[in-house]
Design a protein around this ligand. Structure first.
Ligand code: AHR
Length: 851
């Protein structure tokens, strides 16, 4: 019937290309050069959005509609006279380009062109099914005329109706070749004809011939892409999804642990003070510096003259003898003198918020006062204020409530002021200490925790909270380790200590009780690390001096879980927590592989192990490195690397671990790429690692990212999970990755096998009561469309796909907290086997209802 003069040109030019069966890591960046990308996933309306970022939507014409997709939920459905057409050209047909599409022809009769771009008389190219051969072809005519002869790269396969195929046509202007691929396999390469420019619209569902639309398609078309370069065979194979992920639902595999994903907290990056510990006043114990006192200043307004100084001669408690002396030199009428604290890089103020102020003060002769407490902006705008009655001559505690109005902005650069305008105070002094200002705390707990940070941590659903560190727990010296007995009781009686590991003062308001309570508030079990006689400067407590440290650890455990009739259980009750905590794991030391003296294996671990085992046989004891002198229940392994590939590569570390020896926990891990919080590339490395740990749940009982928190003004460590200042907080891409993994934990692992794909896939699957969770990390820069095969179920009745994807270098920040966050879409019902595209640089969780 038709008409074209088509030279099946130049057969001598058939070029065979090798397609690797297993693709290596690091596929070419196909996504970077997309000229147009139409997923056809809208499912309604007359516009198919362009996901390439070039803003080239297609308009559905002639009644073109939607049907079930092969990649994503929907596809374009067309019959003759129906197509989806762009407003203009998409590719330069004189230069290299590639077009690809998934096609499902309803019939294989006649010419049907799936993708084309109009010239004035004919299309500049046709990705089509040919009427003369009944095969797929990538066709170009020699010039813009029906009289032109053509070059045709033809498929070997003979298409069947009602079957999805992935077609790709590649024009390589440099090599002067045209290639056709079907389902990722090269069909034919032919010499290309002299290129000519097709200036008309890009069209899906038709071609153009004799100056009119032609070659109408009957069937479905999905996931159409156009690139302004010639894709490689590897790129095409990845696009076509030559791989599969098979989930063996019917094979019993390990049960997941309640501790599978945990959290680890220590005083680093101002994680506690100036972090999750909600206290807004910095240096309330006045020990952070000798002089001048950090964060404190004198208030001298309206001509008043005053000075502040540290004074150790008026001790409130023996643990905290320092106080802040305010000396008022002169006070004219209308003047103001007092003390001010500017918090941890500003005191945050939010609308309609109630703050609880408390402080200790004593008045010198003549300092009668009334005082006014206020939270003020740096230019003196008062956000909230409260009156304090006259001070007494002896130390007394004063409290007040400061409430802000509804109609104020949220601001950070504020200070707390306690001042007087009483002219009678001229020439007199007053002393202050333990000035404290708390905003509303998480769950309203006294001496409590910052709400937004706790909400973010709670959303991770940590099964355990490893506390109190890390290097912080060990300290640099025997004078500066986390000596828990100094961190309990009333805060005024806690001496605080220098956090020598991270170089700043820790006032220990966040002490042992608060760490344990934090775990409880999070619904996590505490994982308590006890000091084991080794400090970061390689001080090793000799064997004959270690017994008191062992006793301290036993006392510490008793404080956590002993009955209220026990000595330390009674102290816990006196501190406000009579009920024992749900402690199951105790870790002896931290990273003791750095103790090269051998003392850990020789006597330190054995002494702690024997004492804890004897006193608390129900507890599981964790060693921080391999030991042979005793058999620990669990070994804590730590992983850090600035190379995501290294951490991802560690995903298989436990595949061969003995199942009869100690279990393992990964108490710290992170790709240290990105600052102060990590990049998406790092998150994908972390997530890939976690798929392996989850898969090996029978030997790996848990994992926790480190460090958890960073105040962006006080970074001690390069890459962290959650960033914040006084007012705002955000999660890193790794934070969202961990949330996604934690939210998709079934009861049991279902073995998942990856075959092919783009060579950059990691996967784990688990099941729970009719739901299959399939987590897939695609660390490649090309999309991977693979067949997902659920062995052991008959069908998928629906579900969701949650995807974290984007620029691998992207990260979140205070200014852009949601630059990289997951999004969730519905997944349509499907059979037990379906195709799914995992986007470049992505983490996907498929949550599938199965039957
Ligand atoms: O997470 C930061 C530090 O890294 C921890 O304190 C220490 O255990 C590890 O070396």
């Amino acid at each position: 019937m038709r008409r074209r003069v088509l030279a099946t040109a130049l057969p001598a030019a058939l070029l065979l290309m090798w397609i690797p069966s297993t693709l290596a890591h690091g596929a070419a960046p196909a996504a970077a050069r997309l000229a147009g990308y139409w997923k056809f996933d809208a499912g309604s309306g007359t516009t198919a959005a362009d996901s390439s970022g070039h803003g080239r939507p297609l308009t559905l014409q002639g009644g073109a509609s939607w049907t079930a997709g092969v990649v994503g939920p929907h596809a374009l459905a067309v019959s003759p006279q129906e197509a989806a057409v762009a407003g203009g050209p998409v590719v330069d047909t004189t230069a290299s380009f590639t077009v690809s599409a998934w096609v499902d022809p309803a019939s294989t009769g006649g010419y049907q062109t799936f993708v084309s771009q109009d010239g004035t008389q004919v299309s500049g190219f046709y990705l089509q099914l040919r009427g003369d051969t009944g095969r797929f072809a990538f066709t170009r005519l020699a010039y813009d005329s029906t009289a032109a002869y053509g070059a045709v790269a033809t498929s070997v396969i003979v298409p069947q109706p009602g079957v999805w195929y992935q077609l790709a046509g590649v024009y390589d202007a440099t090599a002067q070749t045209m290639s056709l691929y079907v389902d990722g396999a090269l069909q034919q390469t032919v010499h290309a004809l002299a290129p000519w420019s097709a200036p008309g619209p890009f069209a899906v569902g038709r071609g153009f011939y004799a100056g009119s639309p032609a070659d109408w398609v009957s069937g479905a078309i999905d996931d159409v892409r156009a690139y302004d370069r010639a894709l490689t065979a590897r790129d095409i194979a990845a696009l076509a999804g030559t791989g599969s992920i098979t989930v063996h639902e019917n094979e019993a595999d390990p049960a997941l642990n309640p501790t599978q994903f945990g959290a680890f907290l220590e005083e680093i990056n101002h994680s506690g003070d100036g972090g999750v510990y909600a206290e807004l006043v910095r240096n309330r114990d006045l020990k952070e510096s000798s002089s001048p006192p950090v964060s404190w200043s004198a208030v001298q307004g309206g001509g008043a003259s005053a000075a502040i100084a540290l004074d150790g001669t008026q001790p409130l408690t023996s643990a905290n003898p320092e106080s802040l002396r305010l000396s008022v030199r002169s006070m004219p009428a209308g003047g103001r003198a007092g003390i001010a604290n500017d918090g941890y890089w500003g005191i945050p103020v939010t609308p309609a918020t109630t703050y609880h102020l408390s402080f200790y003060a004593k008045a010198g002769a003549g300092f009668t006062g009334p005082l006014t407490a206020s939270v003020e902006s740096s230019n003196g705008r008062v956000w909230a204020t409260a009156a304090i009655p006259a001070l007494t001559a002896g130390w007394a505690r004063y409290t007040a409530v400061l409430a802000t109005a509804k109609a104020i902005p949220a601001t950070l650069g504020n200070r707390l002021v306690i001042a007087t305008s009483d002219t009678a105070v001229a020439g007199s002094s007053a002393w202050f200490t333990f000035v404290s200002l708390f905003p509303p705390t998480y769950a309203g707990a006294p001496n409590g925790l910052r709400t937004d940070l706790m909400q973010k941590i709670a959303a991770l659903h940590p099964g355990y909270l490893r506390v109190p560190g890390g290097n912080y727990m060990e300290g640099n010296t025997l004078a500066t380790y986390f000596n828990w007995k100094n961190t309990v009781g009333p805060v005024e009686d806690r001496p605080g200590h220098f956090d020598s590991a991270w170089g700043y003062w820790s006032q220990d308001g966040m002490g042992l009780l608060e760490y344990l309570e934090m775990a409880q508030q999070l619904g996590a079990q505490p994982l308590l690390a006890v000091f084991a006689g080794y400090t970061l400067n390689h001080t090793v407590v000799p064997q004959d001096q270690l017994a008191p440290y062992v006793q301290d650890a036993l006392d510490e455990i008793q404080y956590a879980i002993g009955p209220v009739t026990s000595k330390w259980g009674a102290l816990r009750a006196a501190d406000g927590h009579p009920a024992p905590f749900g402690l199951h794991y105790v870790e002896v030391g931290n990273e003791d592989q750095f103790d090269t003296s051998g003392s850990y294996n020789a006597y330190r671990f054995p002494m702690f192990y024997d004492a804890i085992r004897a006193a608390y046989p129900q507890l599981k004891i964790i060693a921080t490195t391999s030991v042979t002198s005793r058999t620990p229940d669990v070994i804590d392994d730590h992983y850090y690397s600035n190379d995501p590939s290294v951490i991802a590569g560690d995903a298989h570390n436990y595949d061969g671990t003995s199942r009869s020896g100690p279990k393992h926990i990964v108490g710290e891990y992170a790709v240290t790429q990105g600052s102060p919080t990590g990049t998406l590339a790092g998150a994908l490395g972390d997530a890939a690692f976690l798929t392996g740990l989850e898969r090996d749940a029978d030997v790996v009982i848990g994992a926790s990212y480190a460090p958890l928190l960073v105040n962006v003004n006080a970074q001690s460590w390069p890459t962290n999970l959650i960033g914040y200042n006084g007012l705002a907080s955000y999660g890193s891409p790794s934070y969202y990755a961990q949330r996604m993994l934690g939210d998709s934990l079934g009861d049991r692992i279902a073995p998942a096998q990856i075959a092919g794909g783009n060579g950059n896939l990691w996967a784990v699957a688990s099941t729970k009561g009719g739901t299959t969770y399939l987590t897939v990390v695609n660390r490649g820069t090309s999309a991977a469309t693979v067949s997902v095969d659920l062995a052991g179920v008959s069908a998928v009745s629906g579900g969701t796909a949650t995807v974290l994807a984007g620029d691998p270098a992207a990260t979140n920040s205070i200014a852009r907290p949601a630059a990289v966050v997951p999004s969730t879409q519905r997944v349509a019902a499907a059979g037990a086997s379906f195709r799914h595209t995992f986007p470049p640089s992505s983490l996907t969780v498929l949550s599938l209802s199965t039957r």
